[in-house]
Design a protein around this ligand. Structure first.
Ligand SMILES: NC(=O)c1ccc[n+]([C@@H]2O[C@H](COP(=O)([O-])OP(=O)(O)OC[C@H]3O[C@@H](n4cnc5c(N)ncnc54)[C@H](O)[C@@H]3O)[C@@H](O)[C@H]2O)c1
Length: 246
């Protein structure tokens, strides 16, 4: 059976990805810094749990030790620390960049060897639409996701000799445990959904479907790409022109 590691899979989008990859026939290693959450999702998907803090090289190294072959790595673990740029401190800067950027790089470095065995592997990084369209008030989050996008392109080139493909999925507004605090006003959410060309907010399985494409051999000739899965949010300037001209 092919094997996949999904980081930050204890809830939200990561959990949705773990469910989808299990459905696709992968044995899933549910990696999260929250042990109870990892165990719960691992039981749901018939996979195994791994306690792993992606910012800690020793913790990521221990995860790599337990893998012989690996087909897919999904770098999904990420944090939001929203604040105006004027309030970003060296500590909050490092916290966000550590999980969102360094964590993805450490996992690629540590898992490249098991990924390169067999037929070659696929890495899928979870970026964000904010990598393309920075969102005011999100502190270092938008710049961190722009860095994930750049890391995706660079890693696609540098790891190609090991037959590892590297792509990214960039979600728009997805309803998860992590985003719930920002989406707690139903009236505002209704207005937001109406403004999206897709007419609704996204769900983890919308993102998981795109990850599934990059994970499988259907995408065998695709590397270094970032796919926006945002219900059309980033083409939102079109409604702007419609309103401005109307
Ligand atoms: N929800 C959205 O609207 C949205 C939009 C764009 C991008 N994203 C990205 O999707 C990913 C998942 O988002 P979500 O909303 O599901 O988040 P979430 O907060 O609901 O879940 C994140 C999970 O990651 C784990 N985690 C956090 N830090 C970790 C670390 N250092 N090591 C290992 N695990 C860690 C948490 O324990 C949690 O289980 C993130 O990379 C996020 O930036 C989300």
């Amino acid at each position: 059976m092919p094997q996949a590691v999904v980081t930050g899979a204890g809830q939200g989008i990561g959990r949705g990805i773990a469910q989808r990859l299990a459905h696709d026939g992968f044995t899933v290693v549910v990696a999260d810094r929250d042990e109870a959450a990892a165990e719960k999702v691992a039981a749901e998907v018939g996979g195994t749990a791994a306690v792993c803090d992606v910012t800690d090289p020793a913790s990521v190294g221990a995860l790599a030790e337990r893998l012989d072959d690996l087909d897919v790595l999904v770098n999904n673990a990420g944090i939001y620390l929203f604040e105006p740029l004027a309030r970003v401190t060296p500590e909050s800067f490092r916290k966000v960049m550590d999980v969102n950027v360094l964590g993805s790089l450490l996992c690629i470095q540590a898992l490249a060897e098991p990924l390169s065995r067999g037929e070659g592997g696929s890495v899928v990084n979870i970026a964000s639409m904010s990598a393309t369209l920075p969102v005011p008030g999100t502190g270092m989050y938008s710049p961190s996701k722009a860095a994930v996008r750049s890391l995706t392109e660079l890693a696609a080139v540098e790891y190609a000799p090991l037959r590892i493909r590297v792509n990214a999925v960039a979600p728009g507004r997805i309803t998860t445990e992590g985003s719930a605090a920002r989406q707690s006003d139903p009236e505002r959410e209704r207005r937001t959904a109406e403004l999206l060309p897709a007419g609704r907010l996204g769900y983890p399985d919308d993102i998981a479907a795109a990850v599934s494409f990059f994970a499988r051999s259907d995408s065998r000739y695709v590397t270094g790409q970032t796919l926006l899965v945002d219900g059309g949010l980033t083409i939102g300037t079109i409604p702007y022109f419609q309103k401005a001209q109307g």
